[in-house]
Design a protein around this ligand. Structure first.
Ligand code: C2E
Ligand code: MG
Ligand code: MG
Length: 601
């Protein structure tokens, strides 16, 4: 019996080791069957070879032990019945006088087995279900943290994880890859006009198309809002890169049949071939973003591949950013003032303050460059604070009956603290705020109209009025113009420039001017360079004009001289514009200044 017991001990030990790894329920059943059989046969053989009454107790002990060991309830019952049966048979053969007592022992053992199995199974069941629940929750949390909940595409986080992996691949094995950033053109209007649920449908449709049009093995992710990104292998030549990117933007430009109706948008793409392992992720994103910026500005709806020329461009951009950060802006920045004319009263009705930066390192930097740099480098509020301070100071010397318009960037309105700072600066300056007009662009109001409304409300509370700059050049949802209490629309030069070359341009300009009238808003036509343009604008009923023909922006010191020349200048304009012969086909004939005045009074 000794060697047998040792053998079974070793076998049980081996089984224990075996069960330490993850096993299936069937494997565990086999394992428990082997152990139970070993223990059972050990006892049985022992009793058959030499009967000793006290060894019968082993059956009673084995019953709860087996019940706890077997994963399956039916097998636990089987072993309990087998133990009771074997014990009673042996008792019946060897100790018939004690049969009744051993029946009681059998019942006690079976009850013990039932109790043990209930307790152990209950505990195991609870532990397992708690574990499963935790696993499920973890998996769900993981799923949410890596997937975009709206489109089910990988989200920003998993995109950057995959990006890091690709970058490791590039550095270790030279595996080049493509980074494509995609931004939708015209998504916001759809969201505003049709509502958010249609916007969501559209984003889902866009992600489906991107997946279908992307090359095999590519990862398409949603970075947020209407921005998507794609990572793909790069084995081929530039032509292939263009083909891949074009397929994506072409797919996005097809019409979308949504429950709310058929919608058309497009997507612009910026492509960077990631082939320089020394660059970090952020530098690669910056390059793709630069290409995307070029696509959005010059070729919306198309893909632009980052080129060597862009590399030079980007270096310049970074240089400007650095110079702006280091500059003494209080000293280097100044304002020039461009007059605005009121044709009805034939006088200068106001000035627009335009920022100038004369950088110690770069020389004169145009506002289009330094405003963009300030926005990029989160220095806009510093620039605005300095320029606003100079503008408020200049109001002391500007004609008292003229208003002053000051440009704000979209970034100035993005945070509550910026808006409060601007309002505070205006209040503390002690200027007559009714002479002050703040110009904001349409894009400043697109992202969060409620927030824009609150910001503008706070500024208006100081007594300033709001003008909408570059009106018509972006996207105008006319309904919000009145909600935001905009009092003036400034029609961009892009509507004036084509007047002489495009037949539809005159109609569009006229429509914009009459739109502002019907909305009860003042209207300034900007960028008047030629007498013909002025003639058109006046013929269409524009009252306020601004442009190089009338006056170029000038430093504050030149304003008094300029004001003295205004009456003579009006005479000269009257002649020039009066001579212009506007196409006879135009709905309204050319009008000179005095005719306009009569018509409007
Ligand atoms: P904007 O507010 O639409 O300003 C009008 C721009 O048109 C000015 O350019 C002005 O010089 C120019 N302009 C005026 N008349 C004519 C014309 O007849 N023909 C042409 N081709 N252009 C004309 P500028 O000064 O280069 O400013 C460009 C833009 O930069 C401004 O457009 C404005 O959006 C922004 N900006 C200028 N100064 C500031 C500022 O102080 N703060 C902020 N946030 N933005 C500013
Ligand atoms: Mg402006
Ligand atoms: Mg403008």
């Amino acid at each position: 019996m000794g060697p047998l017991a040792i053998f079974f001990c070793l076998a049980s030990g081996a089984m224990w080791l075996w069960t330490r790894k993850h096993r299936t329920a069937f494997e565990l059943e086999i394992c428990s069957a082997v152990i139970c059989s070993a223990l059972f046969s050990n006892t049985l053989i022992h009793l058959l070879v030499g009967f000793e009454a006290e060894n019968l107790m082993y059956f009673a002990i084995m019953m709860p032990a087996f019940a706890m060991m077997t994963p399956n309830l039916r097998i636990a019952i089987f072993w309990t019945v087998l133990c009771v049966g074997a014990m009673l048979v042996i008792v019946h053969i060897n100790l018939p006088s004690m049969f009744t007592e051993y029946v009681s022992v059998g019942i006690a053992g079976a009850l013990g087995a039932a109790g043990a199995t209930t307790l152990v199974r209950g505990a195991i069941f609870n532990a397992v279900s708690a574990r499963l629940e935790a696993v499920k929750e973890r998996e769900e949390a993981l799923r949410i943290s890596v997937k975009d909940t709206l489109t089910a595409l990988p989200n920003r986080r998993s995109f950057f994880d995959a990006f890091e992996d690709r970058l490791d691949g590039l550095r270790e094995d030279g595996r080049k890859f493509l980074l494509i950033l995609i931004d939708l053109d015209g998504f916001k209007p759809v969201n505003d006009v049709y509502g958010h649920s249609t916007g969501d449908d559209l984003l889902r449709a866009v992600s489906g198309r991107l997946l279908a049009a992307s090359p095999r093995g590519a990862m398409v992710a949603r970075l947020g809002g209407d921005e998507f990104a794609l990572l793909a292998d790069h084995r081929a030549q530039t032509n292939e890169v263009r083909r891949i990117a074009s397929r994506l933007v072409d797919a996005l430009a097809l019409p979308y049949s949504l429950p709310a109706g058929v919608v058309r948008i497009s997507g612009s793409a910026g492509v960077y071939v990631c082939d320089r392992g020394e660059l970090e992720c952020s530098a690669m994103i910056e390059r793709a973003d630069h290409a995307l910026y070029r696509a959005k500005n010059a070729r919306p709806g198309e893909a632009v591949v980052f080129s060597d020329l862009d590399e030079v461009d980007l270096a310049n951009v970074n240089h400007v950013d650095r110079c702006l950060r280091q500059a003494d802006l209080e000293k280097e920045m100044s304002l020039v003032f461009q007059p605005q004319f009121d044709l009805v009263n034939q006088r200068v009705s106001g000035f627009e303050a335009l920022g100038r930066w004369n950088s110690a390192q770069l020389g004169a930097v145009p506002p289009s460059i330094f405003i963009a740099a300030a926005e990029r480098t989160t220095q806009m509020s510093r620039v605005t604070h300095i320029l606003l301070g100079k503008a408020l100071k200049a109001m002391e010397s500007l004609p008292k009956d003229a208003r002053l318009a000051i440009n704000l960037s979209a970034h100035d309105l993005m945070s509550e603290s910026n808006v409060q700072k601007i309002a505070e600066q205006i209040r503390l300056s002690g200027v007559d705020a009714s002479r002050l007009e703040l110009e904001i662009t349409e894009t400043a109001m697109l992202d969060d109209q409620d927030f824009a409304a609150r910001s503008l409300g706070e500024l208006q509370a100081c007594g300033v009025s709001i003008a909408l700059d570059d009106f018509g050049s972006g996207y105008s949802n006319f309904s919000y113009l009145q909600r935001l209490h905009v009092s003036k629309l400034k029609i961009d030069r892009s509507f004036v420039k084509p007047l002489m070359s495009e037949a539809s341009a005159a109609k569009i300009l006229r429509t914009l001017i009459s739109l502002s009238k019907s909305l009860n808003m003042e209207c300034v036509v900007e960028g008047i360079e030629k007498p013909e343009e002025m003639a058109y604008a006046t013929a269409f009923g524009a009252r306020y004009l601004q442009g190089f023909l009338l006056a170029k922006p000038m430093p504050a010191e030149e304003v008094p001289d300029f004001m003295a020349r205004v009456p003579a200048w009006i005479e000269q304009m009257r002649d020039q514009v009066g001579e212009v012969d506007i196409d006879a086909a135009m709905p309204q004939p050319a009008l000179n200044l005095s005719t306009i005045r009569r018509a409007q009074s």
